[in-house]
Design a protein around this ligand. Structure first.
Ligand code: NCD
Length: 310
């Protein structure tokens, strides 16, 4: 792997390798790399979980996190994002994590940089590390993807999480169905659309999505209670889910809108487990990028891990 930009770039083997690596790191408490390395975190959209879990992942790997805040930087003096990223590279960052409101921004920067770039969310494009932690959570539950029916429900058209997961789940051989308000259908995703009732009753896992108001322009949308009743996961729908089926949501959650408040922490919910897994999934991605680029030595890292796990 040169960069981590889109789930479309990854084969089934590569996705499973990362999930297993993340699980191994989680199980055996990874030792830091033992080498001074810097990670640049460039976030141009709000973030709590993604930014914090990248920071924790980097620190657990023994890296130093450089947080970039646009408002106090030379971007205010007209410096381009490209020059900012090149500056991080010149100063010695070994990896750049970027979240940006424009699609393909991480990929564009990656093409011009010699260090690995991780897409931490690009507009309506993709969010591959969120997808990886979602997949890790599903894998922990079922230990497979083929034969599973996974529903993705909510604001499909504006969601980068939906896109990354739809691509990856297909690669992994799961059956995907989508459910949303008719105006939020995305014709570029070749899956069948079903009602939220059918999605809840037939799936092994339902992945709910936040309504992406910030990407809707002037449209203020419908009343939250009406939305929940027509398109969200209500308690009545949750009761009709299969006994083994689980609920996922990338968060932030609008309690009482896409999901009934008390379901967020109910037995079927894996929402906080997803957050926990996010740290390990991101550690696995950073570790593999640094190994594949020859920035750290695979043999030494794995030997040290083996010693730690004994
Ligand atoms: C998601 C995102 O930013 O795309 N959140 C996250 O990274 N945990 C989902 C969302 O904001 O709806």
């Amino acid at each position: 792997m040169d960069h981590f930009l889109s789930m479309k770039d990854l084969s089934e083997h590569e996705i499973l390798r990362l999930i297993k690596e993340a699980e191994a790191i989680k199980a055996k408490k990874h030792e830091p790399f033992g080498k001074q390395l810097f990670a640049g975190n460039l976030f141009f959209e709000p973030s709590t979980r993604t930014k914090m879990s990248f920071t924790i992942a980097e620190r657990k790997l023994g890296m130093e996190s450089l947080d970039f805040t646009g408002e106090f930087s030379s971007l205010q003096k007209g410096e381009s994002l490209y020059d900012t990223a090149r500056t991080f590279e010149a100063l010695g960052a070994s990896v750049l994590v970027i979240r940006h409101p424009l699609e393909n921004m991480a990929a564009k920067l990656a093409a011009d940089l010699s260090i690995p770039v991780i897409n931490a969310g690009d507009g309506k494009g993709e969010h591959p590390t969120q997808s990886l932690l979602d997949l890790m959570t599903i894998y922990q539950e079922f230990n497979r993807f083929s034969g599973l029916r996974i529903a993705i429900a909510g604001d499909i058209k504006h969601s980068r999480v939906a896109r990354s997961n739809a691509f990856a789940l297909r690669t992994l051989g799961a059956e995907v169905c989508l459910s949303c308000k008719p105006e939020w259908e995305d014709s570029s995703l070749p899956y069948s659309y079903v009602s939220i009732d059918e999605a809840a009753e037939t799936c092994d896992a339902i992945m709910l999505l936040r309504i992406q108001h910030e990407r809707h322009g002037e449209d203020k949308g419908m009343d939250p209670t009406d939305y929940l009743q027509q398109f969200g996961l209500t308690i009545e729908r949750e009761r009709k889910m299969q006994p083994h089926a689980v609920i996922l949501h990338p968060a932030p959650v609008n309690r009482g809108v896409e999901i009934e408040d008390e379901l967020v922490e109910s037995p079927k919910s894996r929402i906080f487990k997803q957050m926990e897994n996010g740290v390990f999934a991101r550690m696995a991605v950073i570790k593999h990028l640094l190994i594949d680029r020859g920035i750290i030595d695979a043999v030494n890292v794995d030997q040290r891990d083996a010693i730690v796990s004994r």
